[in-house]
Design a protein. Structure first.
Length: 258
């Protein structure tokens, strides 16, 4: 029995594409792709650490783009960002299927990998739209609008364009406390940052670092939110359907009214 080959990568998209390059370059028939942070409990395996190499990743992505539509490429990236355990191998199987096809661009939903990718991509897409709707910024004393989030999926890379376009005239940070990184816009570009002081236990920004009028503004916003809600017309079931309770802790209006 030939041992299974486990390819370990750094968790980045380019690292994942580098693994796919190795699968084809070394003709590995039974590869399993995993993040370095995941433990291996399987016996009779060969483990290879894959170095992330941009030009190899670029070659794989270029080949994939030549055989897929823009929507398929976007779905592929969304599914990678889902971080669902084992999703790399579903994507690998999908890539292998795409590369063996000739010129047929029809989507075969009878293929279990294609169906799963379509379903997961929709889930990630919904989370992206929720983040775009539910992010609430707070102005800090260094004049940076800051928001903390904890999405189910790693959607920060997907919301960059939305916030860069919508808030182009101000500096802002959106920080994912679940994954301990954020995106920072400096009025020109967006970059990835890591900031000490954020944790999953402390999701709200301390009042000590808020701008002078920010706390007062939040109280006014909370008062307005409470006053415009008509209690007799309140439908808690519908409200929670459109605004799931797990997002409430990040909403200024909800924290002011709880």
């Amino acid at each position: 029995m030939n041992p299974q080959t486990i390819l370990l990568y750094d968790g980045s998209f380019e690292g994942f594409l580098s693994c796919i390059f190795m699968v084809y370059d070394q003709k590995i028939s039974d590869a399993v792709i995993r993040k370095e942070s995941e433990t291996n409990t399987q016996l009779f395996t060969i483990t290879e650490e894959v170095i992330t190499e941009r030009y190899k990743a670029s070659r794989v992505w270029k080949g994939f783009k030549s055989k897929t539509t823009r929507n398929e490429q976007q779905d592929f990236f969304k599914v990678f960002l889902s971080e669902i355990k084992g999703v790399e191998n579903t994507l690998l199987s999908y890539v292998q299927n795409i590369f063996t096809k000739k010129n047929d661009r029809n989507i075969d939903f009878s293929n279990k990998d294609i169906l799963k990718i379509s379903q997961v991509a929709r889930m990630v897409g919904r989370e992206k739209h929720r983040m775009e709707a539910f992010v609430r910024f707070q102005l800090t004393n260094d004049n940076i609008y800051t928001a903390t989030v904890e999405p189910d999926f790693n959607v920060l890379p997907l919301i960059i364009h939305h916030f860069k376009d919508r808030y182009a005239d101000q500096q802002w940070v959106i920080y994912d406390i679940k994954r301990n990184y954020g995106i920072y816009y400096d009025l020109n570009t967006v970059e990835t940052v890591t900031i000490e002081g954020f944790s999953r236990k402390k999701v709200r920004i301390s009042e000590e670092v808020l701008a002078q009028n920010e706390a007062e503004f939040q109280k006014l916003w909370g008062t307005y939110y409470n006053n415009v809600n008509i209690k007799s017309r309140k439908n808690n079931k519908l409200h929670k359907q459109h605004l799931p309770k797990r997002y409430w802790k990040y909403l200024t209006e909800k924290n002011s009214s709880l």
